[in-house]
Write a protein that binds this ligand. Structure first.
Ligand code: SR1
Ligand code: MG
Length: 420
């Protein structure tokens, strides 16, 4: 298949014969395709993912399907998302070295990426459900958010390059449309693909009756579509990180787009908040409080790492058109006030986006396992209700929630409430 322009989805049966000619795989797995072991392990919403192992080693082959896997071929989705994923992976690797799996090969026509097999890493969301901790998690992902946000923006990039890249990523239109609809819009009306847990109707009605909140969500959507501040990962939830007990890598940036610097950061934090609220469905009183405290500590430490790293980059790599040193340091003046304003803007966007993400994961099409794996709906619904109501407050009061501690205090407060 190497060089073939005719796309065909791989299967575990056809993969070895079709990919044996790709040197990047043969060199890492073994030259004899007869020795390859192939397993399809994709459990995401969109793509095929194969583990390909052999005498020399193991690689991952990820291939886009021409439709949304979760829904089927009634929802077509362009293969070009693999191109955008490849482009984002390249930029993330440059902006935060070691943060993403190494890419060995990209085939645009077959919409496939061959990349590093991360082992013994597991999806972060699974670890959070299992009650496991990850050393260095907050620092790694806080740094990742800061480095990618800063180095992909007009604070650091040559603006012609940034504008050309922004124009290119506008082509990821169908993936952005998924976010525009599933994340920002569908939770707030009776959209066809929505579903929610039995018993939540009163809270859903409260949200849909809240005209002020819906307007705020649309203000955030306007920022999503118009504020091309930086190249975002676009889907940075706990299913997009893979961890051992001591190492974290970021995967799956096919939703990459130029948007608000607080987008990834806010989505990540809100997924920790959801992990926090869901914990009573996963463990008993003996270790519940300690583990919930650990999650909130991760939020606070992630924000601290983000701010420290962003500040460091501001002081050492501010070479773009924004807030130039000519206006501050070169005149013997501090740019601290300007930096504080930028960080405040990022934080407010992050808080608002976080609140919206907390709504869509419970009300829209793609729910998260943190809640979904709680089989007893009489346990799940009250936990989801806390999450929905806190999400509402984050959207409405994003300008007043001053810092990470204020956000985690709010989570502790909602964790005690009964809304049903
Ligand atoms: C139809 S895609 C649904 C969701 O899955 C992806 O992981 C993104 O989060 C998207 O919103
Ligand atoms: Mg994904």
């Amino acid at each position: 298949m190497t060089g073939s322009t005719h796309y065909e989805a791989l299967t575990p049966e056809t993969l070895a014969d079709r990919l044996v000619g790709i040197e990047a795989i043969a060199a890492r797995v073994g030259a004899d395709a007869g020795t390859w072991r192939v397993m399809e392990v994709g459990d995401g919403n969109l793509n095929l993912v194969f583990i390909v192992g052999g005498p020399a080693g193991t690689v991952i082959v990820k291939q886009a399907l021409p439709y949304v896997r979760l829904v089927g071929d009634s929802w077509p989705l362009p293969l070009k998302r693999a191109f955008f994923e490849y482009q984002v992976l390249t930029r993330e690797a440059a902006r935060d070295p070691g943060s993403v799996p190494e890419v060995y090969h990209f085939d645009e026509a077959q919409a496939l990426i061959v990349m590093e097999f991360l082992a013994p890493h597991v999806i972060l969301r699974k670890k959070l459900i299992a009650g496991e901790t990850v050393a260095g998690l907050a620092e790694t992902l806080g740094n990742f958010c800061a480095r990618t946000a800063f180095r992909g923006s007009d604070l650091a990039m040559a603006t012609a390059e940034k504008k050309a890249d922004t124009a290119m990523f506008q082509g990821n239109v169908e993936l952005m449309a998924i976010t525009e609809n599933l994340v920002f819009t569908d939770p707030y009306f009776d959209a066809e693909r929505n579903h929610h847990t039995e018993g939540l109707d009163p809270v859903v009605a409260t949200l849909r009756a809240d005209v002020e909140m819906k307007a705020q969500v649309q203000h955030m959507l306007m920022a999503f579509t118009a504020n091309t501040e930086t190249l975002c990962h676009g889907d940075l939830h706990s299913g997009s990180a893979m961890c051992t007990d001591v190492e974290t890598k970021v995967i799956d940036p096919e939703f990459g787009f130029y948007g608000p610097m607080g987008f990834d950061f806010g989505m990540l934090i809100s997924n920790y908040v959801m992990a926090y609220f869901s914990q009573p469905g996963h463990r008993g009183a003996e270790d519940l409080a300690a583990y919930q405290d650990w999650i909130l500590g991760v939020i606070e430490d992630t924000v601290a790492a983000f701010e420290a790293e962003f500040t460091q980059l501001w002081n050492t790599e501010r070479t773009g058109i924004l807030y130039p040193k000519a206006l501050f340091e070169d005149q013997g003046q501090s740019s601290e006030t300007a930096l504080a304003g930028v960080l405040r803007h990022i934080w407010q966007d992050a808080v608002g986006i976080g609140g919206i993400e907390m709504h869509r994961r419970v009300l829209s099409l793609a729910h998260n396992a943190d809640f979904e794996q709680i089989e007893d709906v009489t346990v799940r619904a009250p936990l989801e209700a806390r999450n929905l109501m806190m999400g509402r407050e984050l959207i409405l009061r994003r300008g007043e929630i001053a810092d990470a501690r204020a956000l985690t205090d709010l989570a502790r407060k909602y964790n005690e409430e009964a809304f049903l």
